[in-house]
Design a binder for this molecule. Structure first.
Ligand SMILES: *Cc1c(COP(=O)(O)O)cnc(C)c1O
Length: 385
């Protein structure tokens, strides 16, 4: 099965009870048993209590696995609870090497929550393989990668980074939120685990918070599934339904997202008031060749610096008609944000500076509107600078 067929048919059973072609929302907290300790079986799972198993979640998990063409999927209450589930498989003294330029919420969780519990985090510029090699040591259990990264769209060569980690017995986790399973499949490139904030493109409609972990490794799957239940990191059935509804059109949406983003990136790059555009689809981007190899297209996230002060750059983000000033990304509608004061406010200013996030950086999540309207909107706001 090819991607769009998998997104519609893969792991998406009709309801076996009623034949409902759209899998229903099982809004219940528990399930009856005919005899103590003999729960009903449904879709191959035992139904005892809805934190442990809920058919609406099972249906979503099967569909999520199919999106990455993988064996196992797990759904979580948020992207960050999916991250926490992976961190909870570690023990005191274990190490994690993470890319330096990563989602601010992950950085905050690593440095403020799990550091306190004795997990050791090191951050490296993973776009350069020797940096990873230098950061890995005997205690490292996980190499944590984002490609393209947030907010600078840096590209890490996932094939060689995963191979290096594997040679040292280290598990590679790729946060594939920006790329989506339509554009990039890290498991096929050698990674062990893929993570998604399904809040973003997979749901795609800016109306739910969710997360996913996908893997082919049964042992890792069992460990993370244990934490999902033991720590109660589960999404409710309504949210599962919405995410499953969204993911069926992921391929269609990504084609349009990417087409619009390429047009906007090229237009911005040639604008006299724009200092620099960060978009892996531009040939001038240092990761362009690697992105071309490991991604189907280049995604729809882009960042840029204006030839303007921090204050003017911030004011610019409020002057647009079709770009909503808001955190998050991957929605049908275009969103704009100022990472230093929004998504990356929890990253210390000196750390932001060291990884190259300027004080005036602007990030755009290019939506599904008509590209000409988006360009006209940017053009008008830029002329007011
Ligand atoms: C949003 C995001 C997360 C966190 O997901 P939530 O659903 O907000 O908890 C993690 N990684 C990346 C790259 C994200 O964009």
């Amino acid at each position: 099965m090819r991607f769009n067929t998998r997104a519609i048919h893969g792991g998406q059973p009709h309801d076996p009870q009623t034949g409902a072609v759209t899998f229903p929302i099982y809004q219940t907290s528990t399930f009856d048993q005919d005899y103590p300790g003999k729960p009903n079986e449904f879709l191959g799972r035992e139904l005892s209590y809805a934190r442990t198993e809920n058919p609406s979640r099972t249906a979503l998990e099967m569909a999520l696995a199919e999106l990455e063409d993988a064996k196992f999927g797990l759904a979580f209450a948020s992207g960050l609870s999916a991250v926490a589930a992976i961190m909870n498989t570690l023990s005191e003294g274990d190490g994690v090497v993470a890319c330096a330029d990563l989602y601010g919420g992950c950085y905050r969780m690593f440095t403020k929550v799990y550091s306190k519990l004795g997990i050791r985090f090191r951050f490296a510029d993973t776009t350069c393989l020797p940096n990873i090699e230098e950061a890995l040591d005997g205690s490292t259990k996980i190499l944590w990668l984002e490609s393209p990264s947030n907010p600078l769209l840096n590209i890490t060569d996932l094939t060689s980074a995963s191979a290096l980690a594997k040679s040292k017995g280290v598990i590679t986790v790729v946060d594939n939120t920006f790329a989506t399973p339509y554009l990039q499949n890290p498991l096929k490139l050698g990674a062990d685990v893929v993570l998604h904030s399904t809040t973003k493109y997979i749901n795609g409609h800016a109306d739910v918070i969710g997360g996913a972990v996908i893997t082919d490794n049964e042992q890792l799957y069992s460990k993370i599934k244990f934490v999902q239940n033991a720590c109660g990191l589960v999404p409710g059935p309504n949210d599962c339904f919405l995410i499953q509804r969204g993911l069926r059109t992921l391929g269609l949406r990504m084609e349009r997202h990417c087409e619009n983003a390429m047009l906007l990136a090229a237009w911005l790059a040639s604008h006299p008031k724009v200092e620099k555009v960060y978009y892996p689809g531009l040939e001038t981007h240092p990761g362009h060749q690697i992105a071309k190899r490991q991604m189907k297209r280049f995604g729809a996230m882009l960042s840029f610096d204006l030839k303007a002060s921090e204050a003017d750059s911030k004011a610019f983000t409020t002057r647009l008609k079709y770009f909503t000033l808001a955190e998050s990304l991957g929605a049908h509608q275009s969103l704009i944000c100022h990472p230093p004061s929004m998504t990356h406010a929890s990253v210390e200013p000196e750390v932001r500076k060291a990884v190259g996030i300027s004080d005036g950086l602007i990030r755009i999540s290019v939506g599904l509107e008509d590209a000409d309207d988006l360009i006209e909107d940017l053009s008008e706001a830029l002329s007011a600078l």
